[in-house]
Design a protein around this ligand. Structure first.
Ligand code: 5GP
Length: 116
């Protein structure tokens, strides 16, 4: 059984967060430490620690992360100029919170993708 993180408490509204969207599959809220004018985390409501834990049955839920990212990018007014979607996995990927999350980052030119 995977261990819950602070993100499960945000999903259940047990701790405050700037929640922008929630449905039966996913929740989206602003990152507490934004790296750009728009920095939103989109997470599945079901606890999967990393991308390595995704199963075939999770495909619809994981696809929902993208459709919600698209909607939120439009709502934020950053769709036309563009943005970046990032999913970190495990220590080499820089993952800090072990509940899968997609970062939606934009609102300024982000420059080339940084790998290291
Ligand atoms: P990671 O490095 O795991 O891909 O990203 C984790 C992200 O979660 C970081 O950008 C961090 O700022 C954000 N974060 C960590 N704890 C909280 C929290 O309690 N609330 C919110 N809104 N964001 C958090």
């Amino acid at each position: 059984m995977a261990e819950e993180t602070i993100f499960s408490k945000i999903i259940r509204k047990e701790i405050p967060a700037d929640v922008l969207y929630q449905d039966e599959m996913v929740t989206a809220f602003r990152d507490i430490n934004p790296r750009a004018p728009s920095h939103i985390l989109i997470i599945p409501n079901k606890l999967l620690p990393t991308v390595n834990d995704i199963e075939a049955d999770d495909e619809a839920m994981m696809g929902r992360l993208f459709t919600v990212a698209r909607k939120l990018a439009k709502d934020e007014g950053i769709a036309e100029n563009g943005y970046r979607l990032i999913v970190n996995c495990n220590p080499h990927g820089g993952q800090e919170v072990y509940h899968i999350h997609m970062h939606l980052v934009g609102g300024r030119p982000l420059g080339p993708m940084i790998v290291g």
